[in-house]
Design a protein around this ligand. Structure first.
Ligand code: HAX
Length: 460
């Protein structure tokens, strides 16, 4: 007989997630790191490391040292280091995919999370786990398919990621009495890992939905992430290294850029990774950030159409087109950076890939982009506004995609978003591991700034 009075529900104990080598290593690293953060806070919390000026306050918080991450560091002159390694050192150190000069994305994920170069056996373990985690729930595809087909692919990606929130292991565990500040990261990690494994499958689905008449290709369980992505979007083997290189290069750029910062900020309220990365993707979709790679192609093709009808592009024509862009009040996409003060090493890594890949260096689009590289820094210097006249990652990335037949350039930011997930998810796993606080900087008003300006500074 059914009971007439409902018993109070017994709190369900959160299931202990399995400890793989990666998770075990991460657990040891996080536990070893925690006392360092605690000591800095407790013993040195009031040590001054920066000051804030009015132009930083109005001008996008540029250069204010107020975020911590050990996943990557961006030096204005040298460029990015992932876990202390430059891009060439990273590619050199990690175990390579079978028959490839490039590492698997899975080995890079291990490296980003732990700072350790995984052994081939550890990489195999991650590759195997990745294949289990990459199963995307059917409702994600249905959600994306319900959107107007002319939605931007970044909107589709962001919504697809957000739709998985209902199954967040972190959000579910939050309400369990067994959830606490020490183990919270373990549930975060489960979602983060699921998200990085699923996002390439979702991206490939969007590609096929929008540009290949919804002809979907299932995952091939024999392939690593990069090879599988190539397979799913209908590419041949030659694209596999493009995918591996591209996702690794776009993964992380320390934590102050819009996509990483938005992800960190939203997660700092203990919103789960699906909420957080959907927000990160929404920031990446801006033309001053990740959308710049689409803008570069748009600019370059319009240049060919408008200035080069029946004539070869020349430096004079490129110079004229650049000035026309600047005089119309637009930015030159793919040039400039908020932190970097030299050519982006991610640009150079992709340029080197083009130079060593037969067929690519002869591609007219590559030649044109190289010509822009020769001319644009001088034009921007002459204009005298941009603090950094050199190209960033986005100036080169579209050329490679275009060469391999991925010519739908409004998809390029989605590719960026697949790679950026690795850095953002590694970062918020550590945010939780170290118990970083909810983010909440302080605002001031314009009259306050005016008063402090007249007084020569704020009196403390
Ligand atoms: N073309 C024209 N003008 C530029 C410029 C460019 N490529 N880069 C900077 N400027 C201008 C700025 O618009 C600004 O003008 P105002 O004073 O009139 O506002 C002035 O130069 C000073 O800007 P800055 O301090 O050098 O640059 P910011 O830190 O403010 O902005 C940006 C950095 C990357 C947003 C900027 O360089 C830009 O808009 N570049 C073009 C878009 C682009 O390539 N974005 C991708 C950047 C890399 C990235 O995040 N990838 O995802």
């Amino acid at each position: 007989m059914a009971p007439t009075i409902l018993e109070p529900a017994t709190p369900s104990k959160v299931a202990e997630p399995a400890l793989t080598t990666l998770k075990q290593t991460l657990k040891q690293k996080i536990e070893a790191h925690r006392p360092r953060t605690t000591r800095l806070l407790k013993e040195f919390g009031k040590v001054v490391i920066d000051q804030v000026t009015i132009d930083q306050c109005i001008g996008g918080a540029r250069d204010i040292r107020s975020l911590v991450t050990d996943i990557s560091y961006l030096d204005p002159q040298e460029g990015i280091r992932f876990r202390g390694k430059t891009i060439p050192e990273t590619f050199e150190a990690l175990p390579k995919a079978a028959g490839s000069d490039y590492p698997t994305v899975e080995s890079f994920w291990y490296f980003l999370l732990t700072g350790d170069i995984p052994t081939p056996a550890q990489v195999d373990e991650v590759v195997a786990e990745w294949k289990v985690r990459q199963a995307v729930p059917q409702y994600v595809f249905e959600t994306i398919r319900a959107l107007p087909r002319d939605s931007h692919p970044m909107a589709m990606l962001s919504i697809g990621i957000l739709s998985m929130q209902k199954d967040s292991k972190f959000a579910k565990a939050y309400h369990d009495p067994a959830f606490n500040k020490m183990n919270a990261w373990e549930f975060l990690y489960e979602d983060a890992y699921d998200l990085v494994a699923r996002i390439p499958v979702i991206a490939a689905f969007i590609y096929n939905l929008k540009y290949r008449s919804d002809k979907q290709v299932g995952v091939d369980p024999k392939l690593d992430m990069g090879a599988n992505f190539a397979h799913m979007i209908g590419q041949t083997k030659t694209y596999e290294d493009v995918a591996r290189m591209y996702f690794i290069l776009h993964s992380d750029h320390e934590s102050g850029n819009v996509s990483a910062h938005a992800t960190h900020l939203v997660h700092s309220a203990l919103s789960d990774p699906y909420y957080a990365y959907s927000a990160g993707l929404n920031g990446l979709a801006g033309p001053l950030h990740g959308l710049a790679n689409q803008e570069v192609l748009d600019w370059t093709l319009k240049f060919q159409d408008k200035y080069c009808r029946g004539v070869e592009p020349t430096k004079e024509l490129v110079t004229k087109a650049l000035w026309d862009t600047l005089n119309a009040g637009h930015v030159v996409p793919g040039y400039g950076h908020a932190v970097l003060r030299k050519t982006d090493p991610r640009y150079m890594a992709q340029r080197e890939f083009c130079l060593k890949t037969p067929g690519l260096k002869e591609d007219p689009l590559f030649k044109l982009v190289s010509m822009i590289f020769e001319v644009a820094p001088g034009v921007l210097q002459e204009q005298g506004k941009a603090k950094n006249p050199w190209p960033n990652v986005d100036a080169q990335s579209g050329v490679i995609q275009w060469h391999y037949g991925v010519t739908e350039w409004d998809f390029y930011t989605v590719l960026f978003g697949v790679g950026r997930a690795l850095g953002c998810m590694a970062n918020i796993t550590w945010d939780r591991g170290l118990g970083y606080a909810i983010e909440r900087p302080k605002s001031v008003t314009t009259p306050m700034l005016e008063k402090w300006a007249e007084e020569g500074g704020r009196k403390f």
